[in-house]
Design a protein around this ligand. Structure first.
Ligand code: NAP
Length: 298
């Protein structure tokens, strides 16, 4: 099968961007990087490190930006001294170019499209989300192992929500923890959960389930564990909030009530950056092939 080779510019981000650059360069694409969290010279793959954002932007027609796209006003970057304003894309000229990234703010997205660019938010890609959910579940289990004073084998685990992350977590915990309970609002999700969890409960039973849980994994992106609900947590319960900001746990109330609760963002990037990068590389390739076919057909 014939492979198309592209010129990619990869900016900022965490270790996922480093692995992504390595993967794409290893596949024979031309890769220019700027603001990665590791120096390009540390790796054997042939990619070029630009000395400015503008230089990296000019080098390619396809930009791969980090997830999340922004930290505050700047593109997410962990490289010391690198502060890239999103406006710099427009200063570098982005008409006709393609940009990939995750959690891209609407304002940037609109302007990029207006300037004639093509933009793909990888975090809105269902295949990416489903494949990421396993890495998220493994990261959550790693967090539980690190922060719980007991083995999982002795722990009663409670999972809130049974979407992509909740179901991946329930499948992973099956057989390694003492008991798994799922709380979900949808009868269909509870029916599915009952296949692999020991118990699947309606949300109205949450306060009861909390009393018996040693470790709670929240995947519900809504303030479920509020001050009132947290009062039902047993002493010593560990709560891990996987839901994206603002999360589903009142961390301030938890601290006041003496309940151990941790926010756990970005688990795939922290615990499985290489796998996460592969997932992103596959999604980028899929999109470029699809886009080329569409252009050829129009
Ligand atoms: P998902 O597939 O949409 O699942 C969300 C679950 O929450 C569903 O069971 C949904 O039930 C339930 N839910 C939503 N609002 C609810 C409410 N008000 N009351 C009760 N249940 C409610 O999402 P996901 O992919 O599993 O992701 C879950 C969260 O984790 C998101 O915030 C996501 O951004 C985040 N995330 C975090 C990481 C990390 O590294 N920490 C990684 C991936 C994703 P219904 O179907 O009935 O709405």
């Amino acid at each position: 099968m014939k492979t198309d080779f592209y010129r990619f510019s990869i900016f900022g981000g965490d270790l996922r961007q480093v692995y992504l650059a390595r993967l794409l360069a290893g596949q024979g694409h031309t890769v220019t990087v700027y603001g990665l969290c590791r120096p390009a010279a540390a790796f054997p793959e042939p990619f070029t490190e630009a000395d400015s954002f503008a230089g990296a932007a000019e080098a390619s027609a396809v930009f791969i930006c980090p997830t999340p796209f922004l930290r505050g006003e700047y593109l997410s970057a962990k490289s010391p001294g690198v502060s890239i304003r999103p406006e710099e894309f427009f200063e570098a000229g982005c008409g006709g170019k393609t940009l990939f990234g995750g959690c891209i703010p609407q304002r940037f997205r609109e302007r990029f499209l207006q300037e004639g660019g093509e933009l793909v938010d990888l975090m809105q890609d269902e295949t990416v989300a489903v494949r990421n959910s396993l890495a998220t579940a493994e990261g959550a289990v790693a967090k539980a192992v690190i922060h719980s004073p007991r083995t999982l084998r002795e722990s009663r685990c409670l999972i809130l929500g049974y979407g992509r992350c909740g179901s991946a977590l329930a499948a992973l915990l099956k057989g390694i923890c003492r008991e798994t309970t799922v709380c979900a609002r949808s009868p269909l999700q509870r029916a599915k959960a009952s296949v692999c969890a020991d118990e699947a409960l309606d949300m109205k039973n949450l306060y009861h389930a909390l009393k018996y849980a040693d470790i709670v994994f929240n995947t519900i992106p809504s303030l479920i564990l509020n001050r009132h609900m947290l009062r039902h947590a047993a002493p010593g319960t560990l709560i891990l909030d996987l839901a994206s900001a603002p999360g589903g746990v009142d961390l301030f109330a938890a601290e006041e009530l003496g309940v151990r609760a941790l926010s756990c963002p970005g688990l795939p990037g922290k615990y499985a950056p290489e796998t996460s990068a592969q997932i992103l590389a596959d999604a980028v390739a899929e999109h470029l092939v699809h886009s080329k076919r569409q252009k050829a057909g129009s």
